[in-house]
Design a protein. Structure first.
Lengths: 359, 252
């Protein structure tokens, strides 16, 4: 298929349809509106397709629960404040082991925050998406092409693990235009959805889509069943990318999403000055590629974490390093995107043995 | 030769429920199950249970089920029905679930004309959590959170859902019935059957409110509780069909 020039949000929406997504439920919020707008045009053209603008994100998440529970592929997208409202539904979805795909095009927070790109929902995505013992698989694209590719994978991963999968982008990924090629994916073998509530005909147990376990032993069992799936994700689904890590480097940058692509410009610029800096870019934020980061850090004297937040992924970086390397952090947030020059200035300080600026 | 004149509907599970003596849930469960049997839709019916006394309704019907979060049953039913329009979907909700925390979901599902059925049990109190004030609690009614009686100057008047929902322009079937006497139970069955028939015909949103007893949280014997519906609730919550898709609304 030929490449087409598309906005990240629209490319991602088309990719969802190619992945067999039949339904979308959501509520308008900047900076992701192109996703529902695109799907409100496209889904009615799909056999069995349904686009529905919900009355709120609270309702949208519960509509996902209903649609996923009868066995269909379903998507929602939102941004920070809306994702917060979806917390309730996502916790029920995780508890009831339903596959859904959620896109968060992150804007600055907390509260109403702003509408410009940020990475300040990292904790929410990787640790605090809702109440109870659950996690979701989090995929972080850094280009429009990767956003399209990851959304397609997200539907397979959700079905494979019977779990919500989140694509964590930001306003920059959603709003910019880049060439994208919609690659036909090889069909992945997935277990049939025998658990779906499609009508009881007596040929199986009744399907009950449920997260209520009044017996504490059963609830504990469910929590450990979920944990076993997260452990399996950690074993089989880790994704990361190394840039300029073949040779030697004193500084290893860690960054994800939009920030990582800015850091690639930094690496190219520094290369011309004869300075070699490596980049470790996690693509799965949960599960996090801890060991892979620790290995990549072995050649570095310092690991430098750059984020569009006040330092959230930094926790995972420190967990990965287990104290084996010192870390430095530089963050801009609230919708401010760090420039390559800004980051280069901080790396020069690190190379001189100085502390980086706090911001 | 003996003849069976009364038996358990196929769609009703052969289990002991957790409902209190004199509670209307058992009657309404049975009616819903009878309607499913009579329409021959058991194999394609999916229920949605609420949070509240009927949270465990999924154990009491022989059909596939969802257990929804508090108030969101109409959103869950929307997702299921939109994904699989061939399924017959019903939500079963109480008054705290539907008229308080779930007000947005029920109003918008009704306004979109979602083609599923909502059974709304109004017993003017939160039952499962132990008898707190509901949006449908009557003026002066004493509950565990209105120990001096519901004060309408502070908290407003009880919400009449049928009246509210029938004010929306979208087509629908909206009726209020009661479970306090055999005659009214027969009318309740008629209304619920009508609702399911309209759904099978893919006509419109269908909603049946059933005034129900809660002897435990009302502090009454079952007979007294039935009398309370007749004497205290009926004047404020009139029975009848408030809206029907062919426009023949009539109050009894």
């Amino acid at each position: 298929m030929a490449k087409v020039l598309m906005k990240g949000n629209e490319a991602l929406a088309e990719a969802a349809i190619m992945a067999g997504c039949k339904l979308f439920f959501g509520y308008p919020i900047t900076p992701q509106n192109e996703i529902p707008e695109y799907l409100s045009r496209r889904l009615p053209q799909v056999d069995g397709g349904c686009y529905l603008q919900a009355e709120s994100e609270v309702a949208a998440a519960n509509m996902l629960y209903g649609a996923a529970g009868v066995g269909e592929r379903v998507l929602t997208s939102s941004s920070g404040p809306g994702i917060s409202l979806m917390s309730e539904g996502l916790s029920y979805i995780a508890g009831a082991q339903l596959p859904v795909v959620v896109v968060n095009m992150v804007r600055g927070g907390p509260g109403l925050g702003g509408i410009l790109p940020a990475q300040s929902d990292y904790y929410q995505a990787t640790r605090g998406l809702g109440h109870g013992d659950f996690r979701v698989l989090v995929l972080a694209p850094s280009t429009v092409q990767e956003a399209a590719d990851l959304v397609m994978d997200a539907f397979d991963l959700a079905d494979k693990y019977r779990s919500p999968v989140m694509v964590l982008g930001d306003g920059l990924i959603g709003q910019m235009m880049e060439p994208v090629e919609f690659k036909k994916k090889e069909k992945v073998e997935l277990p049939p959805k025998t658990w779906a509530a499609t009508g009881y005909k007596g040929d199986r147990e009744r399907s009950i889509i449920n997260s209520l376990y009044l017996d504490p032993l059963e609830l504990e069992e469910n929590s450990w069943r979920l944990k076993a799936r997260y452990d399996a994700m950690g074993r089989d689904e880790l994704r990361w990318e190394l840039t300029n890590c073949e040779g030697d480097y004193d500084v290893l940058i860690t960054a994800y999403g939009s920030t990582a692509r800015i850091c690639k410009t930094v690496i190219e610029t520094l290369k011309k000055q004869g300075i070699s800096v490596g980049l470790f870019r996690p693509i799965t934020l949960f599960p996090y590629p801890y060991k892979q980061l620790r290995d990549a850090a072995q050649k570095a004297k310092t690991v430098f974490c750059v984020e569009m937040s006040t330092g959230q992924m930094l926790d995972d970086v420190k967990l990965a390093l287990e104290g084996s390397r010192p870390t430095q952090f530089y963050g801009r947030t609230g919708g401010i995107i760090p420039t390559p020059d800004e980051i280069i200035g901080q790396i020069e300080k690190i190379l001189k043995g100085e502390e980086v600026d706090k911001r | 030769m003996s003849k069976v004149v009364f038996k358990r509907p196929k769609a009703l599970a052969d289990v002991v429920t957790h409902y209190c003596p004199g509670c209307s849930h058992g009657i309404v469960h049975r009616i819903v199950a009878e309607c499913i049997d009579e329409l021959g839709i058991q194999e394609r019916t999916v229920g949605v249970a609420p949070v509240g006394c009927s949270v465990l309704a999924y154990n009491y019907f022989n059909v596939d089920f969802f257990e929804a979060s508090h108030g969101r049953a109409p959103a869950v039913a929307t997702g299921a029905k939109r994904a699989r329009p061939d399924l017959i979907v019903f939500a079963y909700q109480g008054d705290g679930d539907l008229a308080s925390i779930g007000m947005a979901e029920i109003v918008h599902a009704c306004n979109r004309g979602e083609k599923f059925t909502v059974i709304f049990i109004n017993n003017t109190v939160y039952g499962m959590t132990g008898g707190q004030m509901a949006p449908t609690t009557m003026p002066g009614q004493i509950t565990t959170t209105s120990p001096y009686g519901r004060d309408v100057a502070q908290i407003g008047w009880p919400i009449r859902m049928c009246e509210l929902l029938s004010s929306l322009k979208t087509d629908g079937f909206i009726a209020r019935t009661s479970a306090h006497s055999p005659a009214e139970i027969i009318k309740t069955k008629k209304a619920i059957k009508k609702a399911f028939e309209l759904q099978v015909a893919n006509r419109c949103f269908t909603f049946v409110e059933v005034l129900s007893t809660c002897p435990t949280n009302w502090g009454m014997m079952p007979i007294q509780a039935q009398k309370r519906i007749e004497e205290e609730l009926l004047p404020y919550y009139p029975l009848g069909v408030f809206k029907s898709p062919n426009g023949d609304a009539s109050k009894s």
